[in-house]
Design a protein around this ligand. Structure first.
Ligand code: HEC
Length: 181
């Protein structure tokens, strides 16, 4: 445990602007900690929100729609916590430049379905505090299984590389305007 505590604080130092112990500052460090304070996302709280899902979330898509980005999914639904639903609805996947104001701590869930409409997993984005991850617009990334249990979390390069294509929409793709709930 000592060892992982050390690792955890090293990870924090990479992200915390106030941390004066240096670090290599490459911003690439993956993190999967819990309860780490002001410059981290509280993974236990994210898991609790997922456990309650869909309670607390608004479904943005009217119908499940074919995923263009997520190869593991045939169809997807997008759900956003109410605090950011209005801002999210301002994003049009066919356009760009919506520059939404996404509140800190907001959780977005993309529910993934197979060709039999069974849920296969959930991708999760959480807007972290300023300074969490300067290289990825302070987003925190997660993949949860069909039972909504988080598996991979943190700065997942695979997710980041793709969502970086939407810089003027806070890294979000949005839902087609003719498929709104
Ligand atoms: C190949 C490109 C690609 C990769 C890789 C990718 N995404 Fe996405 N993501 C998309 C696209 C495109 C959408 C719009 C919906 C769709 O087509 O599935 C999307 C939508 C989302 C949404 C709904 C919010 C939005 O952007 O409108 C979430 C949440 C999400 N992705 C999370 C993730 C996570 C977490 C990962 C990594 C585990 C990931 N994505 C990897 C392309 C990608």
């Amino acid at each position: 445990m000592k060892h992982s505590t050390l690792l955890l604080s090293l990870t924090l130092c990479v992200f915390a602007p106030a941390c004066d112990s240096g670090g290599d500052g490459d911003g690439e460090t993956s993190s999967s900690g819990t309860d780490m304070g002001a410059t981290e996302v509280d993974e236990a709280a994210v898991q609790a929100a997922l456990d309650a899902f869909p309670t607390g979330f608004e479904r943005i898509s009217a119908m499940p729609f074919p995923s263009e980005g997520h190869a593991a999914a045939v169809d997807v639904h997008v759900w956003v916590q109410s605090a950011g639903a209005e801002a999210y609805r301002g994003i049009d996947p066919a356009g760009e430049g919506s520059n939404p104001t996404i509140p800190e701590g907001l959780i977005l869930v993309k529910e993934q379905f197979d060709d039999m409409a069974a849920v296969t997993g959930h991708t999760v984005m959480v807007k972290g505090p300023a300074g969490l991850a300067p290289a990825s617009a302070d987003w925190w990334w997660g993949f949860a299984d069909a039972d909504k249990q988080l598996a991979n979390t943190g700065q997942i390069d695979f997710c980041i590389d793709c969502h970086a294509a939407r810089p003027s929409d806070d890294w979000l793709f949005g839902v087609e305007t003719d498929n709104r709930n």
